[in-house]
Design a protein. Structure first.
Length: 184
């Protein structure tokens, strides 16, 4: 049996507040994912809040089963972005849907990535982590290469894989840089 997060999961870490997505987050998520700057590197999202609400309702079923966790990050009353742990099995999980507002504090997206990984590794310490990044998303490709190995690629995408021990070894410098920064 896999470990699951409680439905009221919330966490304050590194100056960010993280919680599971709720239906009332639909408008924020649609604005975030349909922003032309963000949409270049992610799957298509309809500019329709009602469709997003329906997606969240279906996601909540997967959350209850422990196969998908969709997090929202912010500080104070301001939301900054989202990230997911999904395709959860007994041996692996995928992280992704990592999208942040362009005007979010510089370190917020990286801190959120680290927090998401901490949550995942606490839940699934013996699993393999997978994620992918569009090749054109140069800054994120560079970041991901610091943390994981490219195991394959196609014309548009790099596919990464890592384990808890490899992630911990490679992320230690990043933690010192980002977590100790004065900004969020």
């Amino acid at each position: 049996m896999m470990t699951k997060l409680p439905e009221n999961f919330e966490l304050d870490r590194y100056g960010l507040h993280v919680r599971l997505v709720r239906e009332e987050d639909a408008e924020f998520i649609v604005k975030l994912r349909t922003n032309s700057q963000n949409a270049r590197f992610i799957g298509h999202t309809d500019n329709d809040v009602s469709k997003q609400i329906e997606w969240i309702r279906e996601y909540k079923k997967r959350e209850e089963d422990g196969t998908d966790y969709y997090f929202i990050f912010g500080a104070g009353n301001e939301l900054f972005g989202v990230c997911r742990i999904y395709n959860i099995t007994l041996r692996s999980f995928t992280t992704g849907s990592w999208v942040f507002k362009s005007d979010a504090p510089k370190s917020a997206a990286i801190k959120a990535s680290l927090i998401t990984n901490e949550i995942a590794w606490n839940l699934f310490p013996d699993s393999v982590q997978y994620f992918d990044t569009r090749k054109e998303n140069l800054a994120v490709v560079r970041y991901n290469k610091m943390l994981a190995d490219i195991v394959r690629e196609d014309e548009d995408t790099f596919y990464f894989e890592t384990t808890k021990s490899l992630f911990e070894k490679r992320s230690s410098c990043l933690y010192r840089m980002v977590i100790n920064s004065k900004n969020i």
